[in-house]
Design a protein around this ligand. Structure first.
Ligand code: SAH
Ligand code: SF4
Ligand code: F3S
Length: 443
């Protein structure tokens, strides 16, 4: 029987890229990829634990498959993996409420999927393999990218920061950096395969600490950027995510020197109050954060800045929340991801007693989103009349004549395009602006 898989991904770019690796490995084994879940006989869920609604969405979708699994038995395979599987209470729930799931694996051993599937079919019993922590970094895994012209590249895994609200250090383990040579080799191969833009991935790229294979020398994140900037044929470098406490002057300087570094910086602030930041264990103050923004804009006046913000962290007062609002007015973010604080079992903040009531959280959240959207719209309006370099991704889902792409500043631009533009960098004149996108004409 033909083996046709489908992967559903929840969560961040890290997970998206892991799913590309899963797909790459299965395609290499001769499996085929189904466009839609209903056409697949192997269904994989790559899960995220960051907030409660991510958990809920996963269990909701998983539950819908029970009927099909009961009807088709061994002709239909259900695999679950990702961050949720690194938590024992989740594995217990799956065993108890979804005992028909065939394969469970975690974030540290995704390279085992092909073997786990082989074992499942040979041994005819369920496979559970979750590693508690990351071992040696596995190099050389294939990846099936979504776009021919752009790629994610992991530079490090894990996180050591233990922000008090966050589950990631528990689901992704301690920080491990890849060797600079391995990263450079991978990017060169990607460029040879048509890639123009790479997004370097890590939970905290600023604490990248690579050790060179050749001479044992240390390579920090800024050093790595300079090396990648020298790769011929590559046009754009992006990265995420940066932790403000580790953002060095050396990296800021790289914006002056490295032409391929896009004029865009995602710098999660989380809160505008130094007291809340302290309770979040972020290890920077409001003032220190604002100083980083000032330095970035001094070196690169055109830089777009985006952020992540949590509303309603335990104990957040009205005054402290207003400090988040005033910080947003001061920075004037190009865009921001805003989140309602969500209790994560096993994190320190989950045990704090002064949780903010839901109605207050929502009311603050709405006020914040209004401010963020207003500022985004004003920032976007400044683009009207400018000519921007846009890397073209492809036609929009709803209109085949409308093409979409990104400026260096990561603004989404829609314009009338044609298939041969896909993967090219074209000059687009911006003629109108919206809150979340720009409209333009190719010049
Ligand atoms: N490593 C990145 C972020 C990873 S998680 C960083 O440090 O910036 C992405 C975002 O999810 C975080 O920036 C934070 O804003 C949000 N987040 C994490 N845990 C959360 C929680 N318990 N409740 C609400 N939002 C959360
Ligand atoms: Fe979570 Fe903080 Fe690590 Fe980011 S830096 S992944 S928010 S613990
Ligand atoms: Fe979610 Fe894991 Fe990413 S918890 S946000 S998928 S690192």
């Amino acid at each position: 029987m033909e083996k046709k898989f489908h992967i559903t991904t929840f969560g961040c770019q890290m997970n998206e890229h892991d799913s590309e690796t899963l797909a790459g490995m299965l395609l290499e084994k001769g499996y085929t990829q189904a466009k839609e879940r209903k056409d697949a006989n192997i269904v994989i869920f790559n899960t995220c634990s960051i907030r409660e609604n991510a958990d809920k969405r996963f269990f909701g979708t998983l539950g819908q498959l029970k009927k099909k699994k009961m009807a088709e038995k061994e002709n239909f395979t259900v695999c679950v993996c990702g961050c949720m599987m690194q938590q024992q209470h989740i594995i217990d729930t799956i065993k108890e409420k979804y005992p028909w799931v065939d394969v469970i694996f975690g974030t540290h051993n995704l390279h085992e999927l092909p073997v786990l599937l082989d074992n499942l079919y040979k041994e005819k019993h369920k496979q559970l393999s979750v590693w508690e922590d990351g071992g040696e970094i596995v190099e050389g895994l294939p990846a099936e990218r979504l776009f021919k012209h752009k790629a994610f590249v992991n530079i490090m895994y894990g996180c050591n920061n233990f922000c008090t609200y966050c589950i990631v250090p528990y689901t992704r383990g301690r920080e491990r950096s890849r060797k600079p040579e391995d990263i450079i080799r991978e990017i060169r191969a990607l460029v040879a395969d048509g890639v123009k833009e790479v997004t370097l991935l890590g939970q905290n790229v600023n604490s990248y600490k690579g050790v060179s294979e050749a001479d044992g020398s240390q390579c920090d994140f800024a050093d790595l950027i300079y090396q990648i900037n020298d790769i011929e044929g590559l046009e754009r470098i992006r990265f995420m995510t940066s932790h403000p406490k580790d953002l060095s002057d050396k990296l800021i300087q790289a914006y002056r020197d490295c032409k391929k570094l896009c004029h865009y910086f995602h710098l999660p602030v989380q809160a505008g109050s130094s007291k809340v930041l302290k309770e979040m264990n972020r290890r920077y103050t409001r003032e220190a954060y604002l100083e980083l923004v000032r330095k970035l804009r001094e070196v690169d006046p055109d830089i777009a800045i985006s952020t992540d913000i949590i509303v309603g962290f335990p104990g957040e007062t009205e005054e402290e929340f207003e400090e988040t609002l005033t910080l947003c007015e001061e920075v004037r973010y190009d865009s921001a991801f805003t989140f309602l604080y969500s209790i994560r079992k096993g994190t320190p903040a989950a045990k704090y007693e002064n949780q903010v009531p839901e109605d207050i959280k929502h009311e603050r959240f709405n006020r914040l989103v209004d401010a963020i959207n207003r500022i985004s719209a004003e920032k976007n309006a400044e683009y009207v009349g400018r000519i921007e370099k846009v890397l073209v991704d492809g036609p929009s889902k709803t209109n085949s004549k409308t093409y979409g792409g990104r400026t260096e500043t990561f603004k989404l631009v829609n314009f009338k395009g044609s298939p041969e533009m896909i993967g090219q960098i074209v000059d687009v004149k911006i003629i109108a602006s919206n809150t979340f996108s720009l409209e333009g004409e190719v010049v």
